[in-house]
Design a protein around this ligand. Structure first.
Ligand code: NAP
Ligand code: HSE
Length: 433
């Protein structure tokens, strides 16, 4: 068997992890020894590196890797969007397969990228782009392919789960914990993508396209992050038997549509009953529940970010590429190479039903809970629980948890409640599962 020669673009958290695996003595499979790093492109070749590296490998221009005829595979682990996309496209046009950890690029330009790869008869593999070290892309492409996927729901951002876990368990400060997540290499270069839910939205889009087979518009995913969650919501949720987690959900939605599959997809901080399997997912770990037929429900769980786990996914993609090109004599494996086969669209959020949590700050006076209950009743919004959890001179805090109700009706009743004279503020609104 010949060598698989790779060029790596990026030598930060993930790039360093890849180098360590390929230069280590891991007892995994002999094929690992057939991967050879030819060059590594970085921004600053003179930067002091965390690990000792053969300096002859470093260059500061990724195009050198693409132009090098000896390199078979480009591994893009530099991050960002525009330059990274350009490198991926140029690599494909040069007839090189690409392995990338870049969910931001795949979520926005997946169709263009898959098409360019197919035209040149090469692959784009991106296992590390979703849930770091957890195998999820490959199972959706191949191992689960005989199933009809109904729903996926999970925790797919490590940084936010790390922050929420520390806020819940240690009452940790939000900003301090975010800084720690950055130091540990979990967060994106701009952590806004993590905390505002955009990273999770990129990932659920990628998973949904693989699971449901159609292109999804990135802008149509309703996305909410964790930056507005405060310790009070966490404390109240806990009192009522829930954990708060940033969830991503994608499901087929049973409404009539002739030529396009209707989907409900969102990212939002959500209350999860403590008995639910996702409630016990702590720290940087991620987990995805997949409900499929005839399989039933499975949960994939493990480290969702960090150098080693993410690099392991990248290296497994490289091994898959190498093994596939040997086996198939350079003809594309139709499952490993991805292509869309139908139209999908995300339905309007007013069409869905869901459970909700609302924290209302109001004047502590008799009859307020009754008025709130009446408004919900008028809109057919059924209440699971309504409790006053705190009262001070600033007002009373009323927490409402609804049953699964029409989102459109819930929003209308919320507006009416907000207009009550006794209501000072709707302090927070969260989803529940
Ligand atoms: P990082 O630590 O910030 O490293 C980025 C690397 O890219 C650095 O080595 C940097 O060079 C290099 N670079 C930046 N711009 C460049 C350019 N124009 N040309 C050449 N090299 C350039 O990033 P990371 O955490 O490893 O993440 C990389 C990718 O993996 C991102 O797409 C991220 O979303 C994804 N990912 C990360 C994780 C994780 O846990 N970190 C998990 C899953 C996926 P210098 O070293 O010279 O600055
Ligand atoms: N910033 C991402 C996270 C990295 O925290 O999940 C893994 O994709």
């Amino acid at each position: 068997m010949g060598k698989c020669k790779i060029g790596i673009v990026g030598f930060g958290t993930v790039g360093t992890g890849i180098y360590k695996i390929l230069r280590s003595e891991f007892d995994s499979h002999p094929i690992l020894n057939e991967i050879e790093i030819v060059k590594i492109a970085v921004k600053d070749v003179n930067k002091k590196r965390e690990i000792a590296i053969d300096n002859n490998l470093l260059v500061d221009n990724p195009i050198e890797l693409i132009d090098d005829p000896s390199i078979d595979v480009i591994v893009e682990v530099m991050g960002g969007i525009d330059i990274a996309k350009d490198i991926i496209m140029k690599s494909l046009r040069a007839g090189k397969s690409v392995v990338t950890a870049n969910k931001a690029v795949i979520a926005r330009y997946g169709s263009e990228i898959y098409e360019a790869a197919a035209q040149k008869g090469v692959y784009v593999l991106s296992e590390a782009a979703v849930c770091g070290g957890i195998p999820i892309i490959e199972p959706l492409k191949r191992s689960l392919k005989s199933n009809h996927i109904k729903k996926m729901v999970g925790i797919i951002n490590g940084t936010t789960n790390f922050i929420l876990s520390k806020m819940t368990n240690e009452k940790a400060d939000y900003m301090e914990t975010l800084k720690l997540a950055q130091k540990l290499g979990y967060a994106e270069f701009d952590p806004t993508a993590d905390v505002e839910g955009h990273d999770a939205a990129d990932k659920i889009l990628i998973l949904s396209e693989l699971a449901f087979g159609g292109k999804i518009e990135r802008d149509s995913i309703i996305t909410e992050g964790i930056s507005k969650i405060n310790l009070k919501d966490i404390e109240y949720a806990n009192k009522l038997g829930f954990e708060i987690k940033l969830l991503a959900l994608a499901e087929r939605y049973p409404i009539n549509s002739d030529d396009s599959l209707p989907l409900n997809i969102w990212v939002a901080p959500s209350l999860i009953p403590k008995s639910h399997p996702l409630a016990t997912v702590e720290g940087v770990n991620n987990a995805l529940l997949i409900d499929a037929a005839p399989l039933g429900e499975i949960m994939l769980y493990g480290p969702g970010a960090g150098s080693g786990p993410t690099a392991a996914s990248v290296v497994s993609d490289i091994l898959n590429l190498h093994a596939t090109s040997i086996k198939n004599n350079n003809t594309l494996d139709p499952l490993l190479a991805f292509d869309f086969w139908r139209n999908c669209h995300i339905i309007d959020s007013s069409q869905i039903t869901k459970k909700n949590y609302l924290r209302i700050i109001c004047i502590d006076s008799p009859g307020v809970i009754g008025k709130i209950g009446d408004i919900f009743g008028n809109y057919d919004v059924s209440i699971e629980s309504i409790v006053q959890l705190d009262a001070s001179e600033d007002g009373a805090e009323i927490v409402v948890i609804t049953h699964e109700v029409s989102n459109g009706n819930f929003e209308k009743s919320k507006e009416e409640i907000n207009a009550l004279n006794e209501v000072k503020l709707i302090a927070s609104q969260l989803s529940c599962i």
